[in-house]
Design a protein around this ligand. Structure first.
Ligand SMILES: Nc1ncnc2c1ncn2[C@@H]1O[C@H](COP(=O)(O)OP(=O)(O)OP(=O)(O)O)[C@@H](O)[C@H]1O
Ligand SMILES: O=P(O)(O)OC[C@H]1O[C@](O)(CO)[C@@H](O)[C@@H]1O
Ligand SMILES: [Mg+2]
Length: 359
């Protein structure tokens, strides 16, 4: 068609590795069609600001960013535009300002790169204000059910696996129980994937309950086999045995998961004579160069998103299914939350390997 000349692109939600690779792919493909690409700053905040905050993106500008971490456009995962926190403490619906920003920039379409939360917000804005939206999934949590790959997950798993590889040697040297706490919000995908790949002895995920006794039995079993150390990987949303989530709230009132690793260390030490140490991997999982797989998926998603706009196919998200990039309605995409299923191949794999994965 080629009648669409000016598109916007933004990144939203938590950052992750591979975002710049998607931006680069979009710019290459769109500029190849003779289109103009505006990079919107700080997710929807760039459209809310006056003047609107954006950068004109050219191939020469984005080319060097293929291997850089973060997002060159900035992002946010706070401040819902429909209940936006104002300086006086009130909440204000600022959706119309964002929609007006889109139209004032003369955009023909908007590519939103985000997780489930961002895509839900962007779709609501699009429906309300006539925004021609195309979505690209990214999230280290891998919780968007409809796609086999979301940008950022593979890199996060690589980093968590490398952390286990490194902990392995120091654990063995000191005869310690090493606990690695990883991210993932309410889904255990990072923990189970990295746990298997990195040879963990215990993998704890929020989807499967566990007992301290069974963890200690595993440690003892290893000791009886002459193995003086144990590697445990735990997902941040795992609950205490009493069923409580472990969270931390900062001075801005933001609550995040964190601390289950130390909780486990304390409980294990009460039951068994073993030295424990805790490593919280944190935002390292979201930083740095994207893995080749994440870059590959980023390239394929970026190109397909531009092609959808060329076909005027809006309100769709690109997904990876059965070795193909497939467009699905965004509404359908965000409706399918994916936690780790008890039937998951990786659950069976972990159990087959003798890893303690809960009960
Ligand atoms: N434009 C936005 N403004 C404010 N908050 C947003 C915006 N977009 C998303 N959020 C919030 O950010 C959070 C996460 O968004 P999303 O699910 O898209 O990202 P993610 O990759 O899963 O990473 P994370 O959850 O850490 O941000 C959600 O709580 C969502 O409501
Ligand atoms: O960057 P923040 O605001 O600390 O958010 C951390 C959360 O974001 C994620 O990294 C991605 O959704 C989660 O795994 C984690 O719980
Ligand atoms: Mg999310």
């Amino acid at each position: 068609m080629g009648n669409c000349k000016r598109i916007g692109i933004l990144t939203s939600g938590g950052d992750c590795s591979g975002l710049n690779a998607v931006i680069r792919a979009v710019v290459h493909c769109a500029c190849g069609k003779g289109w103009e690409v505006l990079g919107i700053r700080q997710a929807t905040l760039g459209l809310m600001a006056r003047p609107e905050q954006f950068t004109k993106l050219e191939v020469d500008l984005v080319d060097p960013l293929l291997t850089s971490g973060g997002t060159m456009l900035g992002t946010t995962n706070t401040g819902d535009p429909f209940a936006f926190p104002m300086p006086d403490g009130s909440l204000c619906d600022r959706s119309e300002e964002i929609i007006a920003g889109y139209h004032q920039l003369g955009l023909d379409a908007l590519i939103g790169i985000g997780g489930d939360g961002s895509l839900a917000i962007l779709r609501r804005l699009a429906q309300q204000g006539g925004i021609n939206l195309v979505g690209i999934p990214k999230t280290i949590d891998n919780d968007i059910g409809i796609t086999e790959h979301a940008i950022g997950f593979d890199t996060a798993v690589n980093i968590a696996t490398e952390a286990l590889d490194r902990l392995h040697f120091t654990a063995a040297s000191h005869s310690r129980v090493m606990i690695l706490e990883v991210m993932g919000r309410d889904a255990g995908h990072i923990a189970i994937a990295a746990g298997i790949a990195g040879g963990a002895d215990v993998i704890l995920i929020p989807e499967i309950p566990y007992t301290i006794d069974h963890i200690c039995n595993k440690i003892k079993q290893r000791q009886e086999q002459g193995k003086n150390y144990c590697l445990i990987i735990v997902s941040e949303a795992v609950r205490t045995v009493e069923g409580e989530t472990v969270t931390m709230t900062n001075r801005l009132g933001q609550s995040r998961y964190g601390g289950i690793g130390q909780y486990l260390a304390d409980r294990i030490s009460e039951c068994i004579l073993a030295e424990t140490r805790v490593t919280v991997l944190g935002h390292i999982q979201r930083g740095g160069t994207a893995s080749p797989l994440d870059r590959l998926v980023a390239a394929a998603f970026g190109v397909e998103a531009v092609n959808l706009i060329a076909e005027a196919k809006y309100d769709y998200m690109v997904t990876w299914q059965n070795r193909q990039v497939v467009a699905v309605p965004i509404a359908e995409a965000i409706a399918q939350y994916r936690a780790v299923s008890p039937e998951d191949t990786l659950v069976k794999t972990a159990r087959g390997l003798g890893i303690y994965l809960g009960d």
